[in-house]
Design a protein around this ligand. Structure first.
Ligand code: MRU
Length: 338
């Protein structure tokens, strides 16, 4: 299995997702600011993966801290990296609770406990994804193609993946399926990461551009859509990589079920609806340029929201490690969140 992120004696090691698939290189972050920069620049990305990175960033920061009081500064720096994926804040809050429970304890003990907690978050994430896979596999139609958007795979998590975890589990259960991956402009997580990751596992995968999704959803070939999520509001509205909303609308129009696979830590039940979810705006250069080559004229006005919100009416089910939620989501998600 691909190692997205690891805690080592030399620092936090991540596979550099900005350079895949042309180069498989690893970055070693030796201090928490470096981890924050890796999250911001998307060396590591995907909601659960950036949660694990933030937890390890806190543990790393505290290894070099001169006093326990530096915790807040470290946690705030990591919290300031990317605003949409709630898993980032979930992981930071979990680390904060551990830290708060150790008030007055020697710094060496605080450091050791924070490392252990960050490693535990990573281990749990893999197990959670396997649970999502088990719950989602029965929903996948046999003998058909699954369409996905962005990368919600091992690379976006500590391992196994959410949407790609469901696909892996369906294949492990004997289903004969293949995958269509939207290339996912502007940063091409679909073509660069999803296709690469599926090839590593010999899962048949076909690349399409984002604007081909409607054509194939209409063709009868696609049995279902499965995507990940960055934040899910109490009413079941889902924030995910920009372009997800268009896919969901096209899926409903063509009678294709649209499924969201995400851990319970992606639920943000404090938020009434998707309109409360903060949407990250990324640099214009991601749209005007591809890998450093300018495609749009100088002076082009650009919008670059990294995520969009799919209203719950397009979502056939939300697959979590605790079970599958369906409409009405306000009740079903509250039940799963327990
Ligand atoms: O901007 P990214 O690449 O971090 O966006 C990732 C996504 O939108 C994923 O679909 C989502 O985080 C779920 S990952 C299991």
């Amino acid at each position: 299995m691909i190692e997205t992120i690891q805690w080592t004696n030399a620092g936090v090691v991540m596979i550099d997702q900005t350079r895949l698939p042309s180069e498989e290189v690893y970055v070693t972050c030796k201090d928490y600011r470096h981890v924050a920069e890796a999250i911001r620049s998307m060396v590591i990305r995907g909601a659960p993966a950036i949660g694990v990175a933030a937890a390890m960033g806190i543990a790393l920061g505290m290894q070099h801290a001169e006093s326990a009081a530096e915790f807040d500064q470290i946690a705030n720096t990591l919290a300031g990296t990317r605003p949409t994926a709630v898993n980032l804040f979930w992981a930071i809050d979990r680390m904060r609770r551990v830290y708060a429970g150790l008030a007055g304890r020697p710094l060496a003990e605080i450091r050791a406990r924070l490392i252990a907690e960050a490693q535990q978050i990573k281990l749990e994430d893999i197990a959670i994804n396997e649970g999502i896979g088990r719950n989602g596999a029965p929903l996948i139609p046999d003998g058909k193609t699954v369409l996905t958007h962005c990368n919600a795979g091992a690379l976006a998590t500590a391992g196994y993946g959410t949407a790609l975890g469901v696909i892996r589990a369906a294949i492990a259960a004997g289903k004969k399926i293949d995958v269509f991956a939207d290339e996912t402009r502007p940063l091409l997580q679909g073509s660069r990461l999803t296709i690469w990751e599926l090839q590593q596992d010999n899962i048949p995968a076909t690349l399409i551009t984002d604007n081909m999704a409607g054509h194939f959803l209409h063709s009868g070939r696609i049995g279902c859509v499965v995507v990940g999520a960055d934040r899910i509001a109490a009413n079941g509205d889902v924030a995910n990589k920009v372009g997800t909303y268009s896919v969901a609308v096209l899926a409903k129009e063509n009678g294709v079920p649209f499924y969201v696979a995400a851990p319970v830590s992606t639920l943000d039940l404090k938020l009434e609806s998707g309109s409360d979810i903060p949407i990250e705006q990324r640099p214009a250069s991601e749209v005007t340029h591809v890998f450093g080559t300018r495609l749009a004229p100088e002076g082009t006005a650009v919008e670059n929201p990294a995520f969009d919100v799919t209203p719950n009416r397009y979502v056939a089910a939300i697959i979590t490690e605790r079970g599958v939620a369906r409409q009405p989501y306000r009740e079903s998600l509250a039940r799963l969140a327990g």
